[in-house]
Design a binder for this molecule. Structure first.
Ligand code: PRT
Ligand code: ZN
Length: 299
C-alpha cells in the first residue's frame, strides 16, 4: 500500500503521556514494529504509522500536514491554539476526543505566607508561567490586569528567586507546589490527554482509516468501566432487578430449563458493579450472580 494511504499519528516519544498513548493504540489492535528510539513506528497490521516526537511538536506536525492526528495534553493544544489565534492565525487542528488519561490542571499558586482573598488579589501581580496565552486569556475573561512572566521551565521557583509573585503551572498531586512552599489559589483550566486531528480533509483512504481507529478508541474508552453481568432471578422481580443494574441498556432475558418462574438475565453495565449492587440484587431475589470484565465493544 502506498504511503499516501497510511494514516500518520504523532505521539509523545517519552514523558508523561508516552506509555498511555502507545497502550491506547495497542488496545485498538495496532501492532507496530518496536523501536521506541526510532522516529517512525510502522504499523504492521493496519495502515497506520506513528511518529514519536516531543509533545510540543505534535500540534505543529498536524498543522504542517506531516501527520493527520496526534495525542497531547489539552493544556498544550489550547496554549498553541490561543497563541496562534493571538497572531491572527488558525491552528489547523481540532480536538476530536478526550482520552481519560494524563489528567492535571493549570492552576495559579502563590507563597504560603502571602495572603490571598480571591481573584482581585491577582491584580497588578507578576505571574510566572509556561502557558502565557492561556493565562492571558483567563485574565482577560476575568477582567484582571496582571503581568505575565513567561518561563520555559522551573516555573515553581520563580517566587523564591523574586522574579514573580505567583505562578501558573500544571498540577496533578500538588507535591511540587508544596515542596516549593506554594499553595494552589485558583484553577485556570482542567486538562487530560486529547486526540487531535487535522482540520483539513484527509487525503485518499486516510479518512476511512482515521474513522476506524476513532471508533475503536471510543470502544476502548467505553469498556474501561463496563462489566457484563449474569444472574438468575424470579420473573416477578424483573422490574426491580432492572432498576438495580447500573447504567445498563436493555438486558437479555432468557428462560431457564425446567423452571417456569425463574429466568436468566444478561446485561452490559456501563459502570463498575460494586459489592453493594450485588447484595441489593441478591436481596431482590437474584442468584448465581456473575460479573465479568468486558474486553471489546462495538455499538
Ligand atoms: O519531552 P517532552 O517535551 O515531550 O515532554 P514535557 O516534559 O514537555 O512534558 P511532560 O511529559 O512532563 O508532560 C506531558 C503532559 O502530561 C502535559 O502537557 C500534561 O498534559 C500532562 N501532565 C499530567 C502533566 C502533569 N500531569 C504534571 N504533573 N504535566 C506536567 N506535570 C508536572 C507539574 O507541573 C509538576 O511540575 O509534573 C510535576 C509534578 O506534579 P505534581 O503536582 O504531581 O507535583
Ligand atoms: Zn514538551
Amino acid at each position: 500500500m502506498s504511503t499516501q494511504n497510511r494514516l500518520r499519528i504523532a505521539l509523545q516519544r517519552s514523558g508523561r503521556l508516552a506509555d498511555s498513548s502507545l497502550e491506547l493504540l495497542a488496545r485498538c489492535g495496532l501492532k507496530t514494529m518496536r523501536g521506541k528510539d526510532q522516529l517512525v513506528c510502522v504499523g504492521e497490521n493496519l495502515p497506520v504509522d506513528l511518529m514519536l516526537v516531543r509533545d510540543d511538536d505534535v500540534p505543529f506536525l498536524i498543522r504542517e500536514g506531516v501527520c493527520d492526528a496526534g495525542i497531547v495534553g489539552f493544556n498544550l493544544a489550547r496554549e498553541i491554539e490561543l497563541e496562534l489565534l493571538g497572531r491572527g492565525e488558525d491552528c489547523g487542528f481540532e480536538i476530536e476526543q478526550t482520552l481519560d488519561f494524563g489528567a492535571c490542571r493549570l492552576s495559579i499558586a502563590g507563597p504560603e505566607e502571602a495572603p490571598f482573598r480571591g481573584l482581585g488579589d491577582l491584580s497588578g501581580q507578576r505571574i510566572a508561567t509556561s502557558y502565557p496565552a492561556t493565562l492571558a486569556w483567563f485574565l482577560r475573561e476575568q477582567g484582571i490586569s496582571a503581568q505575565i512572566v513567561t518561563l520555559s521551565g522551573s516555573v515553581e521557583i520563580a517566587p523564591r528567586l523574586g522574579t514573580a509573585d505567583l505562578v501558573c503551572d500544571l498540577v496533578s498531586t500538588g507535591n511540587t507546589l508544596a515542596a516549593n512552599g506554594l499553595i494552589e489559589r485558583m484553577e485556570v483550566s482542567q486538562s487530560q490527554a486529547v486526540l487531535l486531528r487535522a482540520k483539513e480533509t484527509f487525503i485518499e483512504d486516510r479518512a476511512e482509516v482515521f474513522e476506524r481507529m476513532l471508533e475503536r478508541m471510543r470502544g476502548v474508552l467505553q469498556v474501561r468501566e463496563s462489566k457484563y453481568i449474569m444472574l438468575h432471578a424470579p420473573r416477578a422481580a424483573l422490574t426491580d432487578i432492572r432498576r438495580l443494574l447500573p447504567g445498563s441498556e436493555i438486558p437479555t432475558v432468557m428462560p431457564l430449563e425446567g423452571s417456569a418462574d425463574r429466568v436468566a438475565i444478561h446485561a452490559v453495565c456501563n459502570e463498575n458493579v460494586f459489592w453493594e449492587t450485588l447484595e441489593a440484587l441478591k436481596a431482590a431475589g437474584a442468584s448465581a450472580l456473575l460479573v465479568l470484565p468486558v474486553e471489546k465493544m462495538l455499538a
